[in-house]
Ligand binder design. Sequence first.
Ligand SMILES: [Cu+2]
Length: 262
Amino acid sequence: MTLNRFAASILIFPATLLWSQAPTVDRVGFPTNYEALFERLNTFDRSDNRTVRTIYGNGPAASVKADTMNFPYGSVLVMESWRALQTAQGVPILGANGRFQKDPAAVPGLFVMRKERGFGEAFGANRNGEWEYVAYRPDGTYLNRPETTASCATCHLQAGALPDWTFRVRPLYLQEGSGANADGVIKDYEFIPGELRVRADSTVTFYNSDMVEHTITDQTAGGGDTGPLKAGNSVAIQFTVPSEFNFRCTIHPSMRGKIVVE
Ligand SMILES: [Cu+2]
């Protein structure tokens, strides 16, 4: 009888632990002066929540360029999440380059992850490698204290071990992707959409979401040519006067598309 109750209390113990499996001490540390001291790895417009997100890495983190990513100990990644400038209706106001702009009145969130030997153990079943997480405001106060970072680890688990539990630091995004939202994509040897209508003086961003290189080449003699656009790269093309552009990929001539500038 006594033995049974003892066994029961042991069973409850791990269940209680599951609720709060996160570090209790901040071993990540506020990334003082990250804008000047870290390397800017990637910046992109996130349209679903209308933020401009910039990822910075310190020296060790920025040294990782290979296809398979394995960050050295001492790596620190900072993701600055900044509210985009937008109208009262929540429509982002684009800058001259066709990109979201930071709202100067907003206070960004700083999401930070640090990798050190043995880090992450406190996350238990949700541990992803040797990373620990914390989120700060620029003044050093907490958005997420260590105790509340179980969700960070749980979500980053999705990224998988191959890119070392990171999402957007992969070479595909690191290289030349502009980070703007795409007006058109190139996928599976096709321009999508095949025909695009834009107003004069618009900037159109194309992403190559395919695994191979393609070009966007105007078919009229002397017309514009992007040259080979690598997988994961993007290009912004500005159209100034009303006209019709028929373009194709010079590498795969059956790939054709059209932009009507109205
Ligand atoms: Cu092609």
